[in-house]
Design a protein around this ligand. Structure first.
Ligand code: MRU
Length: 355
C-alpha cells in the first residue's frame, strides 16, 4: 500500500503556513498548496481545493490562526475585532457543512475565555486548539470505522456517494473509514463509487483513495445506482454528511437523497457516517439546513467542455437532505444511532453537543 499523504498539515510553528492537497487537481496531478493568508484559505475552501465537512472545519481552525498570527502587535481590543473579522470571513466561504461554524465557534470561545491574555498568548493557544480539532477528528474517524465495520457485510458490495474519505477529514474518513476498517477486519468488501455529478468527487477522489489502499472499487455513473442494486451487486450503502438536524435528517452531497430512496426500494440498508461535530441540534429538521448553490458553469462547462447551450437555465444545489426515515443508522464516534429519530439523536448527541 502506498504511503497515504496528509490532506492538510500545519507547517512550522508561529508564524506558520497551512499546506493542503489541492483536491481539484486529483487524480491527474498530485499538487500541494501553501496558504499564508486568510484569503488563500477562504479561496481553497470555496473552490474545493479542501472539501468535505470535517476537513473544512480543520482548515477554518488553522485559517483563524493564519489570519491572526501577524496581528500580535495590536491592542487586545483591536485584536478581538480582527478575530471577529477573520472568523466572519471564513464563515462566509461555504454555508452547508456545520463543521465549519462549529470549528470557528470553538476558536472564538477559546479566545473569548482568555480575557487577560496578550494577543500573542491568544494566538499560541489558538494554534493548540486548531491542532486539537485536527487530532480529535482523526480519533473520531477511527472510532466511526470501528462501529461501522460491524454493520458491513462479511462479503459483498457497498455503495458510497461523493467522497467521505481521508481527503474529507483529518483521518481515514467517515464513510470510507467504515469500509477501510471492514476490509482491515478481513471482510471482503467491493466498493461501488458513484461518480457524483457535477464535480466528480466519487470518480476522482473516492476511487483514488481506494486504489491507494488496495481496496477494490468500481466507479459507476450516478444514474446506474438503481441497476447496481437491482442486480444485487451491493448489500449496503454508506455516505457521509455535511449537517444533520436534531431529528436525524441528513444533508450530504446532492444525489445522496436519490440513493437513499433507491436503497429503501431495494431493501438495502442506507447508513450515514458522521462525527458529533456534524450535528446541528439547533435545527429541528432538515428543511432548515442551508443548502449551498454553486456556479452555473460547474454544470454547463464541467471540466472545461461546454455541455449546456448558452442561455439555458441551470440549477446547481450542492447538497440535498435525506429524511431520517430513510436512514437505517447514523454511525458516530460515540456509537450507532438507530432507529434514527429526534429521541435517539438527542440521547447520543445532546449530552455534550456544542463542545
Ligand atoms: O462539496 P463537497 O465535496 O465538500 O461535499 C462533501 C460531501 O458531501 C461529503 O460527503 C461530506 O462532507 C462528508 S465528508 C466526511
Amino acid at each position: 500500500m502506498a504511503e497515504i499523504p496528509k490532506t492538510q498539515s500545519w507547517i512550522g510553528e508561529l508564524p506558520g503556513t497551512l499546506r493542503m492537497i489541492d483536491q481539484t487537481r486529483l487524480p491527474g496531478d498530485f499538487v500541494e498548496i501553501d496558504c499564508e493568508t486568510v484569503q488563500q484559505v477562504w479561496d481553497a475552501i470555496k473552490r474545493l481545493s479542501v472539501r468535505g465537512a470535517p476537513a473544512i472545519g480543520v482548515s477554518a481552525a488553522y485559517g483563524t490562526v493564519i489570519g491572526l498570527q501577524n496581528e500580535t502587535s495590536l491592542s487586545r481590543a483591536d485584536f478581538d475585532l480582527k478575530l471577529n473579522e477573520v472568523t466572519d470571513h471564513l464563515a462566509d466561504s461555504r454555508p452547508t457543512a456545520v463543521n465549519l461554524f462549529w470549528a470557528l465557534d470553538r476558536m472564538k470561545n477559546v479566545a473569548g475565555g482568555m480575557t487577560d491574555a496578550t494577543p500573542a498568548e491568544v494566538v499560541e493557544r489558538l494554534l493548540v486548539e486548531a491542532r486539537a480539532i485536527e487530532n480529535e477528528d482523526r480519533e473520531m474517524c477511527a472510532a466511526i470505522g470501528r462501529f461501522g465495520a460491524e454493520l458491513m457485510p462479511d462479503k459483498g458490495g457497498v455503495l458510497t456517494h461523493c467522497n467521505a474519505g481521508g481527503l474529507a477529514t483529518a483521518g481515514d474518513g467517515t464513510a470510507l473509514s467504515v469500509l477501510f476498517a471492514a476490509v482491515a477486519a478481513g471482510k471482503k468488501i467491493h466498493v461501488f463509487a458513484d461518480e457524483t455529478r457535477p464535480l466528480l468527487q466519487g470518480a476522482r477522489l473516492t476511487s483514488w483513495e481506494c486504489q491507494q489502499r488496495d481496496v477494490p472499487v468500481t466507479v459507476i455513473c450516478d444514474s446506474m445506482a438503481a441497476l447496481v442494486m437491482r442486480e444485487k451487486k451491493v448489500q449496503a450503502v454508506v455516505t457521509g454528511a455535511d449537517r444533520i438536524a436534531a431529528n436525524g435528517d441528513a444533508a450530504n452531497k446532492v444525489g445522496t437523497y436519490s440513493v437513499a430512496v433507491l436503497a429503501k426500494a431495494h431493501g438495502i440498508p442506507f447508513y450515514v457516517a458522521a462525527p458529533s461535530s456534524t450535528f446541528d441540534m439547533s435545527l429541528a429538521s432538515g428543511d432548515l439546513i442551508p443548502i449551498e448553490e454553486r456556479a452555473r458553469d460547474e454544470i454547463s462547462h464541467g471540466f472545461g467542455k461546454q455541455t449546456v447551450p448558452d442561455g439555458v437555465d441551470v440549477w446547481n444545489p450542492a447538497f440535498d437532505v435525506t429524511p431520517a426515515e430513510l436512514i437505517a443508522g447514523i454511525i458516530t464516534e460515540r456509537g450507532v444511532i438507530t432507529p434514527v429519530n429526534a429521541k435517539s439523536v438527542a440521547a447520543m448527541i445532546e449530552p455534550t453537543s456544542g463542545t
